[in-house]
Design a protein around this ligand. Sequence first.
Ligand code: OSB
Ligand code: MG
Length: 369
Amino acid sequence: MRIARLTLHRIAMPLVRPFETSFGVQTVRDVVLVHVVTADGVEGWGECVAGADPVYSSEYVSGCEHVIERYLAPALLSAADVTAEGLHTLFAFVVGHRMAKAAVEAAILDAQLRASGLSFGAYLGAVRNEVDCGVSVGIAPSIAELLDEVRGYAAEGYRRIKLKIKPGWDVEPVRAVRSLLGGAMLLQVDANTAYTTDDIDLLRELDEFDLLLIEQPFAEEDIAAHVELAEAIDTPVCLDESITSAAVAIDAIARDATSIINVKPGRVGGYLEAVRIHDACRHRDVPVWCGGMLETGIGRAANVALAALPGFTLPGDTSASRRYYAEDLTEPFELVEGRLRVPTGPGTGVTVREDLVAAWATRPPLLLR
Ligand code: OSB
Ligand code: MG
């Protein structure tokens, strides 16, 4: 297909509650959306998962917007024939900037699949029509407030709870939540790189809570530190920030730095690379789960499809729309018995509410052709 135009929208969406991690507190999502229209008039939408500031990774929303405007969109608009599968080569001249590339890939894939009548799930290789869902719970002002929040999510039916931790907010909140939930509920923690190898003895104290995993305790680049931790504790180590490609995933697994992987399409450059990670992990008997970046319905629809692949054997951070937003950009995703249904319509299978995109804009749309 040929891409006739690409529009970058920038919107702000308030979160239903502040989301605090070891990086800081977030109350609004500042989102870039990519909207493409092919020469045949087929449309596709993609969501960029970068944060407002470069704290989770080196990417951030304004940087992604710039990379798309200055480098990716011109390459796309001047190509005679664009396919989602060909973007890896088309964009190879830009080093890194995976979240920017992933947003464009998602929009192209959406258009390509809409043109051929195929859903994301069918294209990616989904084997389930609904997926088990977990919820990521931010750092709370007090243990009492944390327990209230967790109690609410458990009552809604979430099948797994993930607690954000940081130094000073780790063993005691985890102890309190484990005792609230009982031994049967799946429980895991995410440190977002907040610890160092000096904390290994402290992190070993988490072993008594029978956690499913500990996610990314150390710095993104420090694979060796995770190897050391994995040897020292019983809780399985799971990498998020560190896993930027299938090659890195394969290396981290071979070095025993990680025994479970959090797959986020934005972090790895797109859905096609996410599937390659899934395939490599499956081949090595390493379970994967679908992470989240507080996506709107656009990104959520595609993530839910990805989470339906056979190697996604653990519940994902694929929570219902209402866990994040009072009103979503698409029809809302609703939890039924702790699961979300995989959309079956062409492309992402959801419809973007363009009136809301316009109403929530923080600057005029940028049209590139
Ligand atoms: O580390 O998984 C993370 C949100 C933003 C950035 C990083 C992370 C998260 C979450 C929330 O944990 C996952 C979600 O519910 O979308
Ligand atoms: Mg994480």
